[in-house]
Design a protein around this ligand. Structure first.
Ligand code: AHG
Ligand code: MN
Ligand code: MN
Ligand code: MN
Length: 320
């Protein structure tokens, strides 16, 4: 799948450049805020902007990509005709960016949809731009069940690239010596159950009663005498990667303040749910399969419960 290989190249290039930068400049110029607010209403971090530029430029110059939709772009961007391929690529260039200054794991998430040349009309002049943009939004807003590939790269104690192209989940680890990603795990399977739950319980008072009952149940030692363990680092990629390997459930519920939760369907929830399902797990909004939800707009938020199939189904029973 060319576009996934393209992401390999982007990561390889990005990782080698960042490693070089760290060596030469240290990270002093890469932390902190950019001084702008993105369409999500978040204070953009410098690395939000840098990573968005790196991935956008790499995707645009690849000759494979027709449209890109990013957390850090207000609207989808149609790649200019001379460079454009057809694939539609959605991505969160830097996930967990509130953790950068504390050097806690962060990551990047992407999803690749089938080519759709309907949208790649010539952009003759501004008057057609709106029509092209409108067609781009329509073509980008596809349900996750259409995904051809999805993956993430986690920047942690090691740099780990996880990929699915619909035939299982594979992980690759960056060997900094050679600047290459090497295959480290094939056909990853999420354990069917796991006694780890990953929620921001600071929002507990804002959750509805059924969810509170579920969380209280996890804390009850029960006959085994052992309650669930809580693990939460505030980076979806890091919390999801632990769930993928150890089992358990990650959740970002809706609450009284955010009626659709916080995470974005197109470039966070759907790609992660595709990976979860490919690894024998589940991704749900509490009532339905995330991959069945068709986005109405590119930054649409949905509640997300993802991880071991038995844990997600237990949650869904409490919310029924
Ligand atoms: P992003 O940094 O791409 O905006 O995503 C942050 C998300 C996700 O990574 C994480 O699980 C969640 O925000 C943490 O939110 P809270 O700080 O509200 O728990
Ligand atoms: Mn953000
Ligand atoms: Mn994110
Ligand atoms: Mn982000």
């Amino acid at each position: 799948m060319q576009s996934s290989l393209l992401f390999f190249q982007a990561y390889q290039w990005l990782a080698s450049k960042l490693l070089l930068w760290y060596k030469e400049h240290g990270i002093s110029n890469l932390t902190g805020v950019q001084g702008a607010v993105n369409i999500q209403g978040e204070d953009q971090k410098k690395l939000d902007v840098v990573s968005n530029e790196v991935f956008s430029n790499c995707l645009k110059s690849s000759g494979r990509t027709g449209i890109i939709a990013s957390e850090e772009e207000d609207v989808p961007v149609a790649v200019e005709e001379s460079y454009s391929g057809n694939y539609i690529v959605v991505f969160d260039p830097l996930d967990g960016s509130s953790n950068i200054d504390a050097a806690v794991s962060t990551g990047s998430i992407f999803g690749i949809y089938s080519p759709n040349d309907e949208c790649l009309a010539e952009i003759e002049d501004d008057s057609t731009l709106d029509k092209v943009e409108q067609r781009c939004v329509i073509n980008v807003c596809q349900p996750g069940s259409n995904l051809l590939a999805a993956g993430y790269c986690m920047y942690s104690s090691s740099v780990i690239f996880v990929l699915t192209i619909g035939k299982g989940v594979f992980s690759f680890t960056l060997d900094p010596m050679y600047g290459e990603f090497v295959l480290t795990q094939e056909s990853i399977q999420i354990p069917k159950s796991g006694k780890i739950y990953s929620f921001n319980e600071g929002n507990y008072q804002l959750w509805d009663d059924k969810l509170k009952k579920y969380i209280d149940d996890l804390k009850d030692p029960g006959p085994s005498g052992k309650p669930y363990s809580a693990r939460y680092i505030g980076s979806l990629v890091g919390d999801f990667h632990r769930t993928l390997l150890y089992g358990g459930i990650y959740g970002y519920p809706r609450d009284k303040k955010s009626k659709n939760g916080k995470l974005r369907l197109l470039y966070e929830c759907a790609p992660m749910s595709f990976i979860a399902e490919q690894a024998g797990g589940k991704g749900s909004d509490g009532h339905q399969r995330v991959l069945d939800i068709k986005p109405e707009e590119i930054h649409q938020r949905v509640p997300l419960y993802i991880g071991s199939v038995e844990e997600v189904e237990k949650l869904e029973k409490f919310l029924a």
